[in-house]
Each structure stands twice: as C-alpha cells, then as structure tokens.
Design a protein around this ligand. Structure first.
Ligand SMILES: [Zn+2]
Length: 370
C-alpha cells in the first residue's frame, strides 16, 4: 500500500466519520491539456488529477450569488465556501472559496451549461485550480465536482474506497483505466420523459406563443454557414419556436445585454468546456420564462467545419448548445450517446448535427407543432 493510497483510505474514513485527517502535502504539477482524442466535455479522473492544483474533500458551508453589473452587461457569479476535511493533492487552506458563473438572485436566474452547482451542507470531492482572474475554479466544469453520499461517490456510482484507489493510481502516474459513466445528479424537479430514450426538461421556456429567437454571431465568416445550419436543424422540427439569424455582432457571450449572441472569437483556456450556453430566465410558479441566451465556443480547442478527426465540429456543437436555448438538458446515459443532447463529445464527431427522435420530441412537446 502506497502512502497516497493510505491517505486516501483515511480520507474516505474521515468523510464517513466527519472528522479531520492528515494532509498528504503538496504535489503541484502544471495543468495538463485534456486529451482531445477522448472526451472533451468531461474530463476523466486521470486528466483531472493531473490538471488540478488541489484535490480536496469537504463540506459546502456557504453559497452566495451576486448580480454584477459591467460595461458589457449583467452577469451572476456564485461564490461557494468549502470547509476542507482532507487534502488529496496539494496543500489547500482549511477553507477554500470557489467561484463559478451563474446562479440565482431573487427571481432572476443565470443558468450556465456544464458549470458545477452546489448545495449548502453537501459533502464533495473537488478538483481545483486557480482561475485566470484569481479565485479557485473547479477543473473541467461540472466534471471536477463529485458528490459524496454516505460511502458513495454519487456521480460515478463508486464506493469511496474504489474511487480513492482509482485516484491513487492516477496520482502516482498510473492509468486507472476508463471511469464509469459520469451521471450528474438531477437538478431540481427534472422531468425525464420516455424510456429508454428521453429528453430532459424543467418547465423553463420562451413564454411567447410563437417565439422567434433572433441571434447574432460574433465569429469568423466561414463559420456563419455551419452555425445557421445548426439553427435551421431545430427550425425544421416544425415547432412554433423559430431561431432567426439577425446578423453579426462584436458583442461577447455570457452577459445580459439584450442580445442572443453566439461567440467564437476567443480562448477561455483549459476550462473543460469547449462550448457553453447561458440562459437567463425569471422563475415563475411553474418553472421559468426565458429572457435571453448566449453561446460561447472556446477557441482553446481546435475547431473545424468539415468533420476532420483532429478538431471539434462547429455545426455539431452549436446544434447541441442551441438545444440548451430550449432548456433541453444534457443527457449522459450510454443509451443516449447518439442524441444531440448527449453531454459528451469527441473530436471529429458530427453526429450532433442531426437530431434524434427524442430531441425532436422535446422541442415539439415544449412549443407545440406549427
Ligand atoms: Zn450541454
């Protein structure tokens, strides 16, 4: 048994007992670029453990969302405070503060796809790195946060002992093999409609009877065609909602500024997400009314329009992100891998360009046929 493995076993026990265990000391390494040949939306334990400056277990003790007004528009940022039980990598403070985009202030919500979400009181394992602008951020978006329930790591369906063993292999430079499927915990009162194939939706929609959603593109000229093809794919479903191309813009994504923007002009770094949708909505008694949406493509990753095996496909990814503008949620079950709303992607993959029956049915159920 290596010392790391012993430490991890102690960590598992500490979590169970709710006590504090010893620290493993710093093992800082430079962040690694995720293996684009595998999964780009979600990193695996090995890649995460290489990229993270800190891996900690602990309990969420505080969470606060703030509406920030900037010259580019409003945005909501959530600060999460974690009381650390155990350092699994690095030597973090006893309390760590993590920030992520999105959150709720009053009845206004900024929902951001592929970001982690927290609840006060929950026990978690976090893979953390300093964000470019200072505070710690969760590596790999939602994928770098694991929820500990009893003696299980919920999203991976593993016992803490099994997870600790996999992590110890990864931290000692050995390959623990592929992770079990990562299935995020459901958010709120999520509907899962139809079996075995389904779409996921939570009663948050454009409130108009026949919504027309105009969007502008902030990106290079050769990408305008594939992006419009993606919106045309959803329009061809025949629901009452229509996406409408409204020209180009120099406005960034991710801010509430009155425009629905698809931005593809800058790198957001090794965040773990190649593409991210933002949806602003006001909560209602039944769900929410959508106000505005954006999409950002992360040029840290390689992109192409022709399905080449070494890059992400623009049309395919934008079709997926436009599904989030309908508030269709990501799917992660293996039988859902062919669907446009499947939440993982690989280089060269173009299958999200075309909708599967549950994707279409989701849009038709929400907005009704034309
Ligand atoms: Zn998604």
């Amino acid at each position: 048994m290596t010392s790391i493995w012993r430490g991890l076993a102690i960590a598992a026990l500490a979590l169970l007992a709710g006590t504090l265990a010893g620290c493993l000391g710093p093992r800082l390494t430079a962040p690694a670029q995720p293996d684009q040949g595998l999964v780009s939306f979600g990193w695996d334990t090995r890649t995460l453990s290489e990229a993270a400056h800190f891996i900690v277990t602990g309990q969420v003790v505080r969470q606060e969302s703030v509406l920030q007004t900037t010259s580019l528009g409003d945005r909501i940022v959530t600060t999460v405070e974690l009381k650390v039980s155990e350092n699994l990598k690095g030597n973090s403070p006893e309390t760590v503060v993590v920030q992520h985009l999105g959150g709720r202030v009053g009845d206004l919500v900024m929902w951001v796809s592929h970001e982690p979400r927290f609840r006060v009181g929950e026990n978690v394992v976090l893979f953390l790195s300093p964000a470019e602008d200072g505070p710690l951020a969760v590596c790999g978006g939602f994928r770098g946060k694991l929820t500990v329930m009893g003696d299980r790591v919920a999203e991976l369906g593993l016992s803490l002992t099994d997870f600790a063993h996999r992590l110890s292999l990864a931290l000692s430079g050995r390959d623990p093999g592929p992770d079990p499927a990562f299935v995020p915990l459901e958010e709120g009162s999520l509907s899962l409609m139809g079996e075995p194939l389904a779409y996921r939706y939570e009663e948050i929609r454009w409130p108009q009877v026949q919504p027309v959603v105009p969007y502008r593109i902030n990106g290079q000229a050769s990408w305008l065609g594939p992006i419009q093809a993606a919106s045309g794919t959803w329009n061809s479903v025949g629901s009452k909602l229509t996406f409408q191309y409204a020209g180009t813009t120099t406005t960034p994504a991710g801010f509430r500024d009155g425009l629905n923007v698809i931005e593809a002009i800058r790198s957001y770094g090794a965040t773990g997400w190649p593409a991210q949708a933002t949806v602003w909505y006001r909560t209602t008694s039944t769900g929410g009314d959508i106000l505005e949406c954006d999409i950002a493509l992360n040029l840290y990753y390689r992109w192409a329009t022709n399905g080449t095996s070494t890059a992400l496909d623009i049309q395919s990814l934008v079709t997926h992100e436009l599904g989030h503008w309908l508030m269709l949620r990501d799917l992660y079950r293996t039988q859902e891998a062919e669907m446009t709303m499947y939440g993982l992607v690989t280089n060269g993959e173009t299958k999200k360009r075309t909708l599967e029956e549950p994707d279409r049915r989701g849009m038709l159920d929400i907005y009704g046929p034309r």
